[in-house]
Design a binder for this molecule. Structure first.
Ligand SMILES: C[S@@+](CC[C@H](N)C(=O)[O-])C[C@H]1O[C@@H](n2cnc3c(N)ncnc32)[C@H](O)[C@@H]1O
Length: 415
């Protein structure tokens, strides 16, 4: 067979013949696709998969295509399939699960099922079949180890996070909240694609595609869509500096895609570069660490003093540096010399136990006498609040936690 190494192209072929166009010198990193519906939609060309086939033949075709793709996928490569159930002869056909079983048979490892929650879809429902608002996203890998850039897709937008992050920073990964199994992305409206572009049946939302691409590829990796349709997957891959390969039976869609990409590539890449270089994740990480480090000091001092039934001490918090993913912090407990041994005994017990053992903090605890410390140089926090420093001098007497960390978050600001 002639070797083919063309990339960044959508081939006008039947994807049952995809082997003829897949590169021989490069392997695919991820495939993202939504296969044609079974026997429901006519995409207006001959040789369509789904339309006019039996269900078994339809599954056979998809199985064969995904087998070819598996063979040409990198060892750490993956596959995303967006797909839905439907109803035939008064009964639900569990297509996502039937297909998943077929793919398991040929060697794909079934990693995850994610729910794509759309805001709206066809408005009809029938008895025993409520209105549809979701589709399934099936995620497979070729091997047990696979590329999965989890940290890049974490949610760190503080307007989206529940306001718990302010009071409970220890519950949040400093890089943000991991994705969960429900992804909410509205279906793109015609306008979102530009007026000239595409009257296609089912373009995937570009932010959702971007999430899949970020998770499962790096720049210059190859993204494949064997049922390219509007080319939503491939355009997004191009914006994100990935290589793409597509197959699509309907040549009109390919022409529209090529024009669309030409028009939007520069802006799409600009948008991607902006997101990529955004300092937001780093600043979120910094805030979470500040909150944690201060809260640790407060919780420690409160726990000791509760057991001793006293309120005499204060604690000074000096963050030092990261050491193997842990934050090294110096805590100075300021209390009279004669009380220090009691504090010391309890502190060493408390830091070994939950919750403090889970904070990701490596503490060095020191003791100092009050007369040796100038507390004026620090921001002051109370025994109940280490996310907003005390500003009024008349409240300074309530200060229990002192630090050069300045943090001032109004918890009410966050939904
Ligand atoms: C559900 S749509 C894909 C939509 C796409 N994900 C998007 O974002 O626009 C399925 C596509 O597969 C195409 N198709 C159907 N049978 C095919 C075949 N045998 N080979 C290649 N493409 C085919 C249809 O023309 C249609 O565009």
């Amino acid at each position: 067979m002639e070797s083919n190494n063309q990339i960044d192209i959508v081939f006008n072929i039947d994807s049952r013949e995809i082997i003829s166009v897949l590169p021989t010198d490069f392997s695919i990193q991820t495939t993202i696709t939504s296969p044609p519906y079974f026997d429901m939609k006519d995409y207006g060309v001959n040789n369509q998969i789904g339309f006019g086939q039996t269900y078994e033949k339809y599954l056979d075709d998809l199985q064969n295509i995904f087998k070819t793709i598996l063979d040409r996928t990198k060892e750490d490569g993956t596959l995303w399939i967006v797909i839905d159930t439907f109803k035939r002869n008064h009964s639900v056909v569990p297509l996502p699960f039937d297909l998943a079983n077929r793919l398991k048979e040929i060697g794909w490892i079934f990693q995850d099922i994610i729910i794509w929650k759309k805001d709206k879809t066809v408005p009809w429902s029938s008895d025993g079949f409520v209105q549809r608002k979701i589709e399934y996203i099936l995620f497979f890998s070729k091997g047990i180890k696979f590329k999965y850039n989890k940290d890049i897709t974490r949610v760190y937008d503080t307007q989206i996070l529940k306001r718990w992050w302010v009071k409970y920073p220890e519950r949040y990964n400093p890089k943000g909240k991991a994705l969960d199994e429900i992804w909410e992305y509205p279906i793109p409206v015609q306008g979102a694609w530009g007026d000239k572009y595409i009257r296609h049946f089912c373009p995937l939302p570009k932010e959702m595609v971007a999430t899949m691409i970020s998770l499962s590829t790096d720049e210059n990796d190859i993204v494949l869509d064997p049922f390219a349709g509007s080319g939503a997957v491939l355009a997004q891959a191009a914006y994100m500096n990935r290589k793409y390969i597509g197959a699509e039976l309907n040549n009109n869609y390919i022409e529209q895609f090529n024009n669309y990409l030409k028009e939007t590539l520069t802006n799409g890449q600009k948008e991607y570069n902006l997101i990529k270089s955004s300092p937001n994740q780093t600043s979120f990480e910094t805030i979470i660490w500040k909150l944690r480090v201060l809260k640790y000091g407060r919780v420690l001092l409160n726990a000791i003093e509760k057991q001793l039934n006293t309120r005499n001490g204060i604690i000074i918090v000096n963050p030092l540096e990261m050491q193997n993913d842990k934050m090294h912090v110096e805590y100075i407990i300021v209390v009279d010399k004669n009380a220090q041994t009691k504090y010391e005994g309890l502190a060493s017990e408390i830091i070994k136990k939950k919750p403090l053992s889970l904070y990701g903090i490596l503490p060095t605890i020191k003791y100092e006498e009050p007369q040796n410390i100038d507390t004026n140089v620090y921001y002051k926090y109370s025994s109940t609040n280490t996310y907003s420093y005390i500003k009024q001098p008349e409240l300074f007497s309530k200060a229990k936690v002192y630090s050069n960390i300045k943090i001032d978050i109004n918890e009410q600001q966050y939904a």
